[in-house]
Structures are given as structure tokens and as C-alpha cells.
Design a protein around this ligand. Structure first.
Ligand SMILES: [Zn+2]
Ligand SMILES: [Zn+2]
Ligand SMILES: [Zn+2]
Ligand SMILES: [Zn+2]
Ligand SMILES: [Zn+2]
Ligand SMILES: [Zn+2]
Length: 334
């Protein structure tokens, strides 16, 4: 039977390599995880969440599992998340591992004599980077500088780690480092500040106990729990909590019409970056993703103009449209 290899990112930064049949049923997957992670039975195995390609693998519905299993491919990463029943540490230092091993991994890549596109040295040992050749030292600096997101200097095509490195495990580690960032963008995912346990919030309540270090903390702002100041609610522990702050605002007079009030801050509807009202125009350009959106109706500029026949100095909606917790991405849609 055809087999694929997967990297299971597990407790205390360890990685378990497992072989899976390429045609995989849900039961086979559960059994393979049980063996690889050393659980006693399938129930224990099912008390964790498994995430690949930033997507959860359903473990209680065969049909749903079959839809998602296309993401389990050769040399992919499978993250194990505690369901706040168990704390599991992600390789806290994934980025460090990637950096430490970089020089020796580059040494494994076959080099050829060529002119380096960066330092311009002639006939030196170079590695191929799509259309150009780069010497080892410059190649290493270049990768670190671009945080492994490199593209060809000539044709601008993205150069993926698998096109550079020869060790599948190393390629998967670089990939894991990216996937981990994506997982943590979800409102229902968090990593304990104390012990690095990666967790999924099943109830969306703020008060949670890290099973690994037993710390009581607010899941959303990651602060130590303080019963005098914090409230055990869904999505937030109070006014100072992260996501509550992001959807809240105070009202200021609109520069062009003092009778109208406009929010002083807004969260970008596309990338969730936080921005201030500039005390003039109601259109705000996000400093991160460059989306220009309306501080009153939250539509992008062209849509606000079209829908409400509005202008930068005109009012589109009388009361500012509210943002709520459902705007943030989630690992598990509820
Ligand atoms: Zn060079
Ligand atoms: Zn190229
Ligand atoms: Zn902890
Ligand atoms: Zn909080
Ligand atoms: Zn943005
Ligand atoms: Zn508008």
C-alpha cells in the first residue's frame, strides 16, 4: 500500500514522524495518531484537536473528515492542540530550530560554480535561486532577512522552501513555523504565555486553566486571572481585553459635520489591524493591508460611495456600524 510521511508537532516541541496510508479513513487516522502519540485508547486520542494546513480535522464525522483529508499530504505538518483538557506545547522555538539548522541544511544543497547575484563574486560556489545563482553566505543572509519568504530576483516568482532544501523534515519545520502563526490568528486559539501550551477554547469563556502549568488566565488577553478585575464571559474578560478593545470605540465629532459623531478607532475589516481616526476624512487607509474603508459604515471606499451615494466629507450612515466578535477568524466555526 502507498504510504505518506507526516510530521506531528507535539508536546514540548518534539516532533513525531509517522507513516500513514495514502487512502486514509477516519478510524485509521485516529489509530495512527494514538500509536504515534502513545495514547491508551481512541477516546484519549479524540480529546485533542488535530490541525493541518491551518484547518481542523473533524474526528467525529466521517463525511467531514473525508472532505478535509485532502490536506493530509506527504511531508505535511499535523498540529496537536489541547482542548483545554490537556496542554500541549508547540515547538516554542520553531523559529530558532529553523535558524540553527539553516547553515547545515544549505550545506546539503548541491552547489555549482557561478557568479553570485548578490555579492557579484565570480566563479564561486553558488546555489540556484530560480533564475539567478547566489553564494551560500548571501543565500543564508537573504533567507533570514526575508524570513524565508523569498521570491526570484528576476522573474519575481515565489521560491518555496521545498524548492531550496533537500531534507523533507527541515522543509516541514519551516512550513510549521508559518502554519503556527496562522493558527494563532484565530480568536479561539491561544498559546499560554508561561509554558507555551497551544490551546483551543471549546467554550469561548475567558477564564481558563492551563493544564500544563495550571495557571489561571484570561484566554483572550493572556493575563494572569484577577477575580477582582476580570469577568468570566465569552470572548472577553472586560473592557481592557484584546478583542473587546478591538471592537469598541469612543465617539468624536466628525470634522465636516460636528453634529455627527465618528468612532475614534476601528479595526480593519480585512486584516484586523487597529487604526485611529485622523480627525478629517471618514475614509481610513489601513497601514498594514492598505484597504481604504469608511469609519462609519465599514464598507470599502468605493462601496460606501456607491451604496450610499456618499463622499469623504458626507455622512453615509447616521450611527456607526458596530463590529462584533464574529468578525474574527476561528479555527472551529460554531
Ligand atoms: Zn555572494
Ligand atoms: Zn525566476
Ligand atoms: Zn501554561
Ligand atoms: Zn482578557
Ligand atoms: Zn488592514
Ligand atoms: Zn461609509
Amino acid at each position: 500500500m502507498h504510504q505518506i510521511q507526516v510530521f506531528i508537532r507535539n508536546i514540548s516541541g518534539s516532533t513525531v514522524v509517522a507513516q500513514l496510508p495514502s487512502t486514509l479513513s477516519m478510524e485509521e487516522f485516529i489509530e495512527a495518531m494514538r500509536k504515534a502519540l502513545g495514547f491508551v485508547d481512541r477516546n484519549e486520542t479524540k480529546s485533542f484537536r488535530y490541525v493541518t494546513s491551518s484547518k481542523p480535522l473533524p474526528m467525529d464525522n466521517e463525511r467531514e473528515f473525508d472532505k478535509q483529508k485532502q490536506y493530509i499530504t506527504n511531508n505535511c505538518n499535523i498540529f496537536v492542540l489541547g482542548r483545554l483538557l490537556g496542554g500541549f506545547t508547540l515547538p516554542a522555538m520553531l523559529e530558532d530550530i529553523v535558524k540553527q539548522e539553516l547553515a547545515s541544511e544549505l550545506d546539503k544543497v548541491p552547489a555549482h560554480s557561478a557568479d553570485c547575484a548578490i555579492c557579484l563574486e565570480n566563479d564561486t560556489d553558488c546555489l540556484k535561486a530560480c533564475c539567478v545563482r547566489i553564494c551560500r553566505e548571501d543565500f543564508q543572509r537573504w533567507l533570514l532577512e526575508k524570513r524565508f519568504k523569498v521570491s526570484c530576483m528576476v522573474c519575481t516568482k515565489a521560491i518555496e522552501p521545498k524548492h531550496i532544501f533537500v531534507t523533507p523534515a527541515y522543509v516541514a519545520t519551516i512550513q510549521a513555523f508559518e502554519e503556527e502563526k496562522q493558527i494563532l490568528q484565530n480568536i479561539d486559539c491561544q498559546r499560554c504565555l508561561e509554558c507555551n501550551a497551544l490551546m483551543h477554547n471549546e467554550t469561548m469563556h475567558s477564564l481558563q486553566t492551563c493544564v500544563k502549568c495550571h495557571r489561571q488566565f484570561c484566554f483572550f488577553c493572556n493575563r494572569e486571572w484577577d477575580a477582582d478585575k476580570m469577568l468570566d464571559r465569552k470572548n472577553s474578560c472586560g473592557k481592557e481585553c484584546v478583542y473587546e478593545t478591538m471592537i469598541s470605540f469612543q465617539l468624536l465629532p466628525f470634522h465636516y459635520n460636528r453634529d455627527i459623531k465618528i468612532p475614534n478607532v476601528r479595526t480593519c475589516p480585512r486584516c484586523f489591524n487597529f487604526g485611529n481616526y485622523d480627525n478629517k476624512c471618514k475614509y481610513h487607509s489601513c497601514s498594514v493591508c492598505k484597504l481604504t474603508f469608511c469609519f462609519l459604515c465599514l464598507e470599502d471606499e468605493t462601496e460606501c460611495k456607491r451604496k450610499y451615494n456618499s463622499r469623504y466629507d458626507h455622512v453615509c450612515v447616521k450611527t456607526p456600524v458596530l463590529q462584533n466578535y464574529s468578525m474574527f477568524p476561528r479555527l472551529i466555526e460554531s
